[in-house]
Design a protein around this ligand. Structure first.
Ligand code: ZN
Length: 465
């Protein structure tokens, strides 16, 4: 027998991260990510497994983004019964993210089944419901502190280190022993970057034999995070001068809290006027509560600010909106204001109502703080299409569009290279979690320097020597 890794997902693409490490005595799954994409592909990829979930001895979840944890309820439905290892913050955030994912699927299937019923086609079921997600998010978790080495399966120890990507995110170190060897495998997917608001910098693991690492920005460089603050300040001041509204489509987990953090700083520095800030999302409200509870995962600077009453969520003019009626009231409110709402790529959620009501007026601003994938409304806004469709109706895009890329929570090409250099010597590096173009750039750079680097295919199994 031998120690092997099977690359199940998040390979030559960015969604569906999952990898299976097998030894002669154990099977350990790293992440159980959801593949995201069009409906048919979504159901096909998230329900077909090239291994038996019943035979998994331990699952380690790196962080609470759904492309890393979102298929956990499906695995449990398929009979997986093992312990799930994560940090405490990840466990709490996972439950919220999984429930939200279940709710979105139920809504999608309800809509689809209405059409199918009319057409006489068979009715469909969601991958999992909100209730199934809720059960999956509560059971079987065993939480670990950073740096604690824990026996996870027979002859396998797991250690989580701070990945600096989102609150509670972890780099996973597996120590795996079989009859004739012992190997240390590092899993840095997703890897954060230095100086992100609230977070610690990523920790570099020592003594690795093998490294599995993301390559989302294998060929790109991020602007420094300070630039985000300056651009945010200037956009707010310009819009307030025009008596307009600022709409920020943002992902509910981490990006929303980061934007609040920077707004709080700008407010304290009196660099922006005092205007109302609304976080219009029940999920973002709950996630922010988890952030408040898990302050211990934040960096020392933020923890000190919290102790002295200057915490990131103490912004005086900040209001969280859960209720839909309250959300709709914002349309009639003509004061300059900041509205943060999801979804991040403007494909669904309350942000659509706010865009519909603001996008045609040139006094307003749409502030883009995250990645907008191809074929999304967010991408059309970023590309400044003259007309954009919202709820099936074309709207003229007259609002100012400001794009801030510096908030990214992923390592860029310099960060990746520095991290890999810090992990040396390595027997081999596996590049995953990136569109092929970006992964190839990083591959070529490492290959030309003489590294043993490899880009696996989906469902390929590689023996570790
Ligand atoms: Zn992530």
């Amino acid at each position: 027998m031998s120690i092997r890794i099977k690359f199940l997902g998040g390979v030559r693409t960015v969604t569906g991260s999952s990898h299976l490490v097998t030894s002669d005595s154990a099977r350990v799954l790293l992440d159980s990510g959801l593949f995201q994409g069009h409906r048919e592909e979504f159901y096909r990829l998230n329900t077909s497994f090239s291994y038996n979930p019943r035979q998994v001895d331990a699952l380690v979840i790196s962080h609470a983004h759904v492309d890393h944890c979102g298929n956990l309820p499906s695995l449990i439905k398929k009979g997986m019964r093992c312990k799930i290892y994560s940090t405490h913050a990840t466990k709490d955030l996972c439950r919220l993210m999984l429930e939200d994912s279940g709710k979105i699927q139920e809504e999608d299937i309800r809509y689809l089944n209405k059409i199918n019923k009319r057409l006489g086609l068979p009715l469909r079921k969601p991958l999992y419901t909100k209730n199934e997600a809720s059960r999956a998010g509560r059971r079987r978790f065993q939480t670990l502190s950073y740096g604690h080495r824990c026996p996870a399966a027979k002859n396998v120890f797991v250690t989580l280190l701070d990945a600096g990507h989102i609150l509670g995110s972890a780099l996973v170190v597996l120590d795996v022993k079989d009859q004739d060897k012992q190997l240390r495998i590092g899993y840095a997917v997703d890897l954060g970057r230095k100086n992100l608001p609230m977070l610690n910098d990523p920790v570099i693991p020592k003594g690795l034999d093998y490294l599995i690492i993301e390559s989302t920005y294998g060929g790109r460089e991020h602007a420094p995070i300070e630039e985000a603050k300056i651009k945010l300040r200037d956009a707010i001041n310009r819009t307030v001068e025009r008596r307009g509204k600022i709409v920020i489509p943002a992902f509910t987990l981490e990006r929303t809290q980061e934007v609040i953090y920077v707004l709080n700083q700008l407010s304290k520095e009196k660099a922006i006027p005092i205007i109302p800030v609304f976080v219009d999302s029940p999920l973002a409200t709950e996630i922010t509560e988890v952030f408040k509870y898990h302050q211990a995962y934040m960096n020392d600077k933020t923890q000190n600010e919290i102790v002295t009453g200057n915490g990131p969520f103490e912004l005086l003019n900040l209001r969280f909106i859960r209720d839909q009626v309250e959300s709709k009231k914002l349309n009639a409110d003509k004061r300059p204001m900041i509205i943060i709402a999801g979804s991040g790529m403007c494909e669904s959620g309350r942000v659509l109502h706010h865009l519909k009501n603001t996008i045609e007026d040139s006094r307003n601003t749409v502030l883009v703080v995250g990645y907008m994938a191809k074929d999304t409304l967010g991408r059309r806004i970023v590309e400044r299409d003259r007309f954009v469709p919202i709820f099936g109706i074309e709207h003229e895009l007259n609002a100012e569009v400001v794009i801030i890329n510096a908030f990214s929570g992923h390592a860029d090409k310099h960060d990746l290279f520095e991290f890999i250099s810090g992990c040396l010597p390595l027997k081999r590096i596996f590049l995953v979690h990136g569109d092929e173009e970006q992964t190839w750039i990083l591959f070529n750079r490492l290959f030309n320097l003489g590294f043993n680097v490899y880009m696996p295919h989906r469902d390929e199994e590689v023996e570790l020597v």
